[in-house]
Design a protein around this ligand. Structure first.
Ligand code: TTP
Ligand code: MG
Length: 356
């Protein structure tokens, strides 16, 4: 018997988020396949596609050129991050009405712990329904909600009836639900672990359940404890309203040591561009930039600079140049080079919602 009270967790995930904002703001798009991301004739990728476009097999991260071949008459739209951030902040503000314990995961996703909520007599399902209705009425977008007793199951539930879904996995249903779940759908099981498990004959939750915790730990290290609890439908992670500030980083090791300083700078710029894009997508801004240089003899140095203003590409590139000049890169051959952005903050300093 487990005498600790069951928690009530809601996971909210906006439907086709960027595309839905575009459709909302441009009624002429109604009913058409809509693709937000790189231009069809560019080397860019699809950020997202609406559900009409998904019927043609188009999905996030697909090259825009391929999306064009699959559906040439789709509307291709350049992302408007400001509009997505604004919508996101409105949604997060709605979530905060129902619980103080809200953990944003990305620009369009968050967990809420409503165990202590009093609205709707504490019914998590009714709270989820109310949240969805508020979002439709006030932000004119649809969200899918998952309701369960932990994060793992709440997130799975929200993905089950997209778009505009509301799915509940009750405490007495969790274990059975997990038994049928393909192993790749478990939280924290990536492609490599999935492949390894399949080789061991573990394909669904029920297979995992047959393994003792000790055997899982023997095969997968500490993660084995985690897999053992997921297999029982358990996930003790709390919803964390204030997440630790994170950093975003990139680095590469060269196949051959590099002494050409221009090449090193270009490589750092390329890494920076990737990080800035990620940052923007998450609605974050960074204040600190750090470069890391590992010389051919494996000695490693870092140089960093904290700005008073949030970093933009021009400012960050300038810093990279200055920081690189404060290393011996070029004079000494370099085997690894990297950039990290930290001191992350929400893009809108006035927003009451912390993304972090
Ligand atoms: P998702 O929630 O993964 O996707 P979605 O909201 O578009 O669609 P779904 O209904 O399946 O939830 O991502 C949220 C937004 O993040 C998405 O609208 C665009 C952006 N995004 C990217 O820019 N690149 C990506 O590879 C992914 C996965 C998302
Ligand atoms: Mg989404």
């Amino acid at each position: 018997m487990n005498d600790s009270p069951q928690r009530k967790i809601i996971h909210i995930d906006m439907d086709a988020f960027f595309a839905a904002v575009e459709e909302r703001d441009c009624p002429a798009l109604a009913g058409k396949p809509v693709i937000v991301g790189g231009a069809p004739n560019s080397r860019g990728v699809v950020a997202t596609a609406n559900y009409e476009a998904r019927r043609y097999g188009i999905h996030s991260a697909m090259p825009a050129s391929q999306a064009y071949r699959l559906c040439p008459f789709a509307e291709f739209i350049k992302p408007r991050f400001d509009a997505y951030r604004a919508a996101s902040q409105e949604v997060m503000a709605i979530l905060h009405r129902y619980s103080e314990c809200v953990e944003p995961l990305s620009i369009d996703e968050a967990y809420l712990d409503v165990s202590a909520a009093t609205a709707y007599r504490g019914s998590a399902t009714r709270i989820a329904r109310a949240i969805k209705a508020d979002i439709v009425r006030e932000v004119r977008l649809t969200a899918s909600a998952g309701v369960s007793y932990n994060k793992f199951l709440a997130k799975l539930a929200s993905g089950m009836n997209k778009p505009d879904g509301l799915t509940v996995i009750r405490p007495q249903e969790g274990a059975a639900f997990v038994r049928h779940l393909p192993i790749g759908d478990f939280y924290g099981i990536g492609k490599a672990t999935e492949a390894k498990m399949k080789k061991l004959g573990i394909h669904v939750g029920a297979d995992l359940l047959r393994w003792s915790q000790d055997a899982l730990v023997a095969h997968f290290g500490k993660a084995g404890y985690w897999y053992a609890s997921l297999a029982r439908g358990e996930d003790p992670r709390p919803v964390r309203a204030h997440r630790e500030r994170k950093s975003l980083g990139n680095e590469i090791t060269f196949a051959l040591d590099v002494t050409n300083i221009d090449l090193l700078r270009e490589e750092l710029f390329r890494q920076l561009a990737e990080l800035m894009e990620k940052l923007e997508r998450r609605g974050w801004q960074a204040y600190t930039l750090t470069i890391k240089v590992k010389y051919a003899d494996f000695e490693q140095v870092t140089r960093s600079w904290t700005h008073r203003q949030p970093l933009d590409v021009a400012r960050a590139q300038e810093s990279i140049g200055e920081l690189l000049a404060r290393t011996e890169a070029g004079a000494r051959p370099v085997r690894l080079i990297g950039v990290t952005l930290s001191g992350l903050a929400t893009a809108d300093a006035e927003a009451q919602i912390s993304w972090l």
